[in-house]
Ligand binder design. Structure first.
Ligand SMILES: [Fe+2]
Length: 342
């Protein structure tokens, strides 16, 4: 084949492969197909797709995914009630799962599935199961603030000396879960005061990546984010994190909060057996390995499954002893609204 033609053929092959990759997304953007297993996912798209495609290939069960964020999807499921088309709900953080559980909408998770996960990540109700974990971190720019000058606690960010010096994605589900940990450890009054200080003293960004980029670009000395955004960028080109470092609060501080992503099967599901099979796969050693081998960078919670070796071990983070199954999403929304943050 002449050189130019072979180049054209190669380019065409690449274009076809790219199209196929797009076309094979399991995201349902329009009307749902009643014949498929329906996942409502507030987890990241890449991770959800990875799990769902692998499950579909192994089981032959056809899957479709509807995406949203924790609070809107949780509220949607509660509103849809028994007629919800969702068979499975995956969250980024546990408060949304608790909301759906409190609505009496979840079925018990099969015992064999629960047994695959560290008992720390299984609620006493056994109506959902942990599928991944993420750690709160303080990202900072050492050219603007030295390690010695950093706050000793997440709560100290409310002090006047740190006003204007830190940023956060206050509108996102990730930060709302962190606030739920503040509420669980500090009580309502302290949390309200902290949120009021945050409203006047913090720079508000669109999401965790925007917060990290602002710190990296020197626009903000510090930012509160989850760990995986930083480790992902570090594993790539460091374009959004190369000028920054991470600080871990430790000592049971609310800033050391480890948040749990959850998976549950809806009581109203007409495909309950397949839905349970999906949760069994996600929590299995193979399903959990995806967390350590892709660029998800979230922590694995499956028994004996290693997380990405780039991450500090989960046990070393000295996270506060909070029962993740009691975290109160609606109360957090109420306090954040009162503080003028939502
Ligand atoms: Fe996230």
């Amino acid at each position: 084949m002449p050189r130019r033609l072979s180049l054209l053929a190669a380019l065409t092959a690449v274009a076809v492969a790219a199209l196929a990759a797009c076309g094979s997304s399991l995201e349902a953007t329009g009307t749902l197909d009643a014949g498929k297993l329906t996942i409502y996912s507030a987890q990241h798209k890449d991770l959800t797709e990875e799990w769902a495609k692998e499950f579909q290939d192994r089981s032959g069960v056809q899957v479709q995914i509807r995406y949203g964020n924790d609070s809107s999807m949780g509220a949607q499921i509660v509103q849809e009630g028994a007629s919800s088309p969702a068979d499975v709900f995956l969250t980024e953080n546990s408060p949304a799962m608790t909301t759906v559980q409190n609505g009496g909408l979840l079925a018990p998770v099969e015992a064999a599935t629960l047994a695959q996960v560290d008992p720390l990540y299984v609620p006493s109700t056994k109506e959902w199961v942990g599928i991944a974990a993420r750690s709160t971190v303080l990202v900072y720019n050492p050219t603007l603030i030295s390690e010695a000058q950093l706050p000793g606690s997440l709560m100290d960010l409310a002090k006047p000396e740190f006003a204007g010096k830190w940023g956060v994605a206050a509108g996102g589900a990730d930060f709302q879960a962190i606030v739920s940990a503040v509420l669980a450890t500090q009580g309502e009054q302290q949390t309200s005061q902290w949120l009021t200080a945050l409203e006047s003293g913090a720079k508000i960004y669109q999401n965790n990546i925007a917060t990290m980029k602002a710190v990296n670009a020197g626009q903000s000395p510090m930012g509160v984010i989850y760990h995986y955004y930083w480790y992902r960028d570090q594993g790539l080109d460091k374009e959004s994190s190369g000028n920054t470092k991470l600080h871990y609060f430790k000592n049971g501080d609310p800033g050391a909060f480890v948040s749990l992503s959850g998976g549950g099967v809806l009581k109203s599901s007409k495909k309950a057996a397949d839905a349970q099979k999906f949760l069994a796969y996600v929590t299995s050693p193979d399903g959990q390995k995806v967390l350590g081998t892709t660029d998800s960078k979230e922590y694995a919670v499956g028994k004996g499954v290693a997380s990405d070796p780039a991450l500090p071990p989960l046990e070393s983070l000295q996270s506060p002893k909070i029962d993740p199954f009691t975290l109160n999403g609606p109360k957090v929304m109420q306090l954040m609204t009162q503080a003028g943050l939502l």
